[in-house]
Design a protein around this ligand. Structure first.
Ligand SMILES: [Zn+2]
Ligand SMILES: [Zn+2]
Length: 123
């Protein structure tokens, strides 16, 4: 039987851009109970509540490497290009990014007007 007190979240992750608030269960680069996964960045991780597989987890977000804001991994808030960047920082430094990233950001910007706000997961 699934019990709600199985694994207590460590706290709340709050995206400083969109305000998304989610309880997280781990912060760092190697989530517990995962055998082989090492993340490319320190991030806020939540064990996947929809899966009984212990290896499954969701990445909620992490810290922007430029402004140190906590941002979620949603396409409207951040992108990962060797490091995590929040979209405001990406836009400010757009010329420093390759063209494919620039085009991607423009696409995301257009999408954000349709109001789709989903938490993306990356494994
Ligand atoms: Zn966000
Ligand atoms: Zn930033």
């Amino acid at each position: 039987m699934a019990s709600s007190s199985e694994q207590e979240p460590r706290g709340m992750f709050e995206c400083q851009l969109c305000g998304l608030t989610v309880p997280y269960s781990y912060v760092g680069q190697k989530p517990p109970n995962t055998r082989t996964v090492v993340l490319l960045e320190e991030c806020y991780v939540l064990k996947d509540p929809f899966s009984s597989d212990k290896d499954k987890f969701l990445i909620l977000g992490s810290q922007c490497s430029l402004c140190s804001k906590l941002v979620c991994v949603g396409p409207e808030c951040s992108l990962f290009y060797s490091k995590r960047f929040c979209l405001p920082c990406v836009r400010e430094n757009l010329s420093a990014f390759p063209q494919e990233i620039r085009q991607d950001v423009e696409k995301r910007h257009a999408l954000s007007k349709t109001g789709s706000r989903k938490l993306a997961s990356r494994t």
